[in-house]
Ligand binder design. Structure first.
Ligand code: TA6
Length: 276
């Protein structure tokens, strides 16, 4: 699934569930549950690969800044860095990113981020730990930004967000309260849901995904729509139908870490063959 020369880690559990992680960005780019042939993660046919690139799809790791909300570039730098593989085997892998001269020139902190990926049965779990290895306090925002493969995003709904306050990037960043128990994806959408429930569900006609977050207060729902895919070189026309991002994020209140302390968050995805 990766072009030649792109380093990756392949995971396979005893029951046949599979995942693949690009070492650039520690980006999970494929997840096929046990007893299935369907990849539940979307990757664009036009995705860029290799050092410095972030694959358009899979699960980008967003650190130490979510989106444009800060002084760094969009979504920080973790997704553009080469990570180190600490261990792999039996359906799990651990990868690590530490500060280097280049990251310190952009963000003056010593840190360690560990991504622990576990695949098995119908589930993919991604655990993220951030440690302040420096001598001064640090603050960051972060997300796990999965692009889920869907048969048609505009015939898909997200359940579980009713009552949440959200920021709508497509309406000048204004805040609203979600009124629908079932959010139909009818076109482009770019929203941060604050204090979101830990469990959400992506529902299609014949299958669903149960998405559980831990440690991350926010959920982000993103579909680029037609304009969003045609405006980016690493999408193919029509990709807006094939993907839906439901992310676990910490944005509104940056996470503050004293020296020698750490924070952990996770996103656990369970594939089911039933809708509803
Ligand atoms: O998580 C949603 C979002 O922040 C959108 O605002 C959006 O445009 C996007 O992620 C993708 O960002 P990227 O930098 O990968 O093009």
């Amino acid at each position: 699934m990766f072009p030649a020369n792109i380093p990756f880690v392949a995971l396979q559990s005893a029951d046949g569930a599979r995942a693949a992680i690009a070492i650039d960005g520690a980006q999970v780019a494929s997840w096929i549950p046990a007893n299935s042939t369907e990849d539940r993660l979307f990757v664009s046919a036009n995705a860029f690969y290799g050092p410095g690139a972030s694959i358009r799809g899979g699960i980008p790791v967003i650190f130490p800044q979510f989106g444009p909300f800060g002084t760094l570039g969009q979504h920080g730098f973790a997704r553009n860095k080469r990570w180190q593989v600490l261990s792999q085997g039996n359906g799990t892998a651990r990868l690590e990113l530490r500060d280097d001269e280049e990251t310190r020139s952009r963000w003056p902190h010593a840190f360690r981020v560990e991504l622990h990926v576990v695949v098995g049965g119908d589930t993919l779990a991604v655990h993220m730990t951030v440690e302040n290895t420096g001598a001064v306090p640090m603050q960051f925002t972060a997300a796990l930004h999965p692009y889920f493969a869907v048969r048609d995003a505009f015939a898909t709904r997200v359940d579980g967000l009713a009552g949440c306050r959200y920021r709508d990037a497509l309406r000048d960043g204004a805040h609203f309260i979600e009124t629908s128990a079932a959010l139909d994806i009818a076109g482009p959408l770019d929203r941060i849901y604050y204090a979101a429930p830990d469990t959400l569900r992506i529902v299609e006609a014949d299958r669903s995904l149960i998405i559980t977050k831990r440690g991350f207060p926010e959920a982000v729902v993103w579909n680029p729509g037609e304009a969003g895919t045609s405006g980016r070189a690493d999408f193919v026309a029509g990709d807006q139908h094939r993907m839906l991002c439901v992310e676990a994020a910490a944005i509104e209140h940056p996470i503050a870490l004293q020296p020698n302390t750490s924070w952990s968050g996770a996103q656990i995805m369970q594939a089911t063959l039933r809708a509803g």
